[in-house]
Design a binder for this molecule. Structure first.
Ligand code: NAD
Length: 261
């Protein structure tokens, strides 16, 4: 399937690491001109590592800005030169439990909302006005838009907010032929996650999680990037306001075989 993303200008937030860096790399492989924005520097990032052997050049084939995507002024300062856009991926985020962020204080709540929700609001407002020939916006959700566990009120709230934005912006921007969708991953084998599951206790938790996942495994970053690129492409021209769950079946299972024994 030809995604026809060649020369398309697409902003990816949180592009320095993890899922965002994979989406960015895949966009480059399709001949698109991605623009990354991340709090982290490009130098020493996972994205730099991914592109190390590539002949593509920063400033020519792609752009990257180390900046806060939740800050309207900074976004206009760093991305103000961009006048025509085809797509936006709101991927920036902050992972972790409530306790790992110091508990459910207003401060921690705002930190979480800034990373997921304010970045999406600022970049969506900036981007849609520059999508002169229609466009596509993809928000990266989580299976935690529809389910939760202990100690994740902050993260789940932020992802719920992003789902609200997906639906509302899909309606708001439909008259401009701009589509807005969400891709919601289960547990993804990012470098950061892999490093967390090395010690025996977290390793066992992951083993049990994967054992009760119908496909018996976590999801690879490329398996998130693929549907994101599909939504960005014209192949998804009639799809807006939807949430695609990519979780190897985790949220579909009523009970796993072990529970009935
Ligand atoms: N990794 C998973 O298992 C998983 C599962 C479900 C959903 N997700 C979602 O996928 C997205 C990417 O996650 P990841 O695992 O790659 O995490 P990650 O931490 O590797 O990447 C997130 C990036 O967002 C950047 N960022 C945060 N706030 C920012 C801001 N204000 N401005 C600019 N950049 C900012 C960070 O610097 C970081 O590089 C997140 O939205 C996350 O919630 C991840």
């Amino acid at each position: 399937m030809n995604l026809e993303l060649k020369n398309k200008t697409i902003i990816v937030s949180g592009a320095a690491s993890g899922i965002g860096s994979c989406i960015f790399e895949e966009l480059l492989k399709e001949g698109a001109s991605p623009i990354g924005i991340d709090l982290k520097d490009f130098q020493g990032s996972e994205l730099e590592q991914r592109l190390r052997d590539s002949s593509l050049k920063i400033g020519h084939d792609y752009e990257f800005f180390s900046s806060d995507a939740a800050n309207e002024d900074l976004v206009h300062l760093t991305l103000g030169h961009v006048t025509n856009l085809d797509g936006l991926v709101n991927n920036a985020g902050l992972l972790g439990s409530d306790s790992s962020h110091g508990g459910r204080s207003i401060r921690s709540f705002r930190k979480m909302m800034t990373a997921h929700s304010e970045t999406a609001l600022v970049l969506t407002e900036f981007s849609y006005r520059r999508m002169k020939n229609g466009g596509s916006i993809v928000n990266i959700g989580s299976i935690e838009t529809i389910m939760a566990a202990q100690d994740v009120v902050l993260y789940t709230s932020a992802k719920g907010d992003l789902w609200g934005k997906t639906v509302a912006y899909a309606m708001e921007l439909a008259p401009y032929n701009i589509r807005v969708n969400m891709v919601s991953p289960g547990n993804v084998n990012t470098e950061k996650n892999k490093a967390q599951y090395v010690d025996p206790k977290p390793k066992e938790i992951l083993r049990r999680f994967e054992a009760r996942t119908p496909l018996g495994r976590s999801v690879e970053p490329i398996e998130i990037a693929d549907p994101v690129l599909f939504f960005l492409s014209k192949r998804a021209n009639a799809i807006t306001g939807t949430n695609l769950i990519v979780d190897a079946g985790y949220t579909r299972q009523l009970w796993d075989p072990g529970w009935s024994k």
